[in-house]
Design a protein around this ligand. Structure first.
Ligand code: RB5
Length: 143
């Protein structure tokens, strides 16, 4: 199974983005890196918008955004219609954000989660499927 994933970070998430990108590429995922491409200071809203637009347009099925905390990325990404970005720092929330909320962007904080936990979160988020049914009605209410 290969789904198309777009990933992005600001300078504060660059190192974790590099690790997660290597991890997913080694697993065979079709990954596009939307930047940033170094640790020079940059503005997370620009990267969030770029990634969110690629998911909202269905060019990519899912997105991953990483900044210092994941919070700024999620606030910015959720401004784009059709985006359901979830800031996650534990595996249970990763799973539930898919099952109940049909999250289409995962936001991580490099200053919050370690590399191994981040990999577990990404794995569980990617393998968990939206339950639909009553949850679909609620998603429609948000839209
Ligand atoms: C950058 O210092 C930091 O503010 C940013 O990465 C992010 O954590 C914002 O939410």
């Amino acid at each position: 199974m290969t789904i198309k994933i777009v990933i992005g970070s600001d300078h504060a998430g660059y190192r974790l983005k590099t690790k997660i990108s290597e991890y997913l590429t080694n697993k065979g995922y079709d990954l596009y890196d939307a930047g940033t491409y170094n640790t020079d200071s940059c503005d997370y809203p620009l990267i969030a918008k770029k990634v969110a637009n690629k998911v909202a347009s269905a060019e990519y099925e899912k997105g991953i955004l990483i900044c210092g905390t994941g919070i700024g990325m999620s606030i910015a990404a959720n401004k784009i219609k059709g985006i359901r970005a979830a800031v996650v720092s534990d595996t249970c929330s990763a799973k539930m954000s898919r099952l109940h909320n049909n999250s289409n962007i995962l936001c991580l904080g490099e200053r919050i989660v370690g590399e191994e936990l981040a990999k577990d979160i990404v794995d569980i988020w990617l393998m968990s499927e939206f339950l639909g049914d009553r949850h679909a009605k609620r998603i429609a209410m948000i839209e």
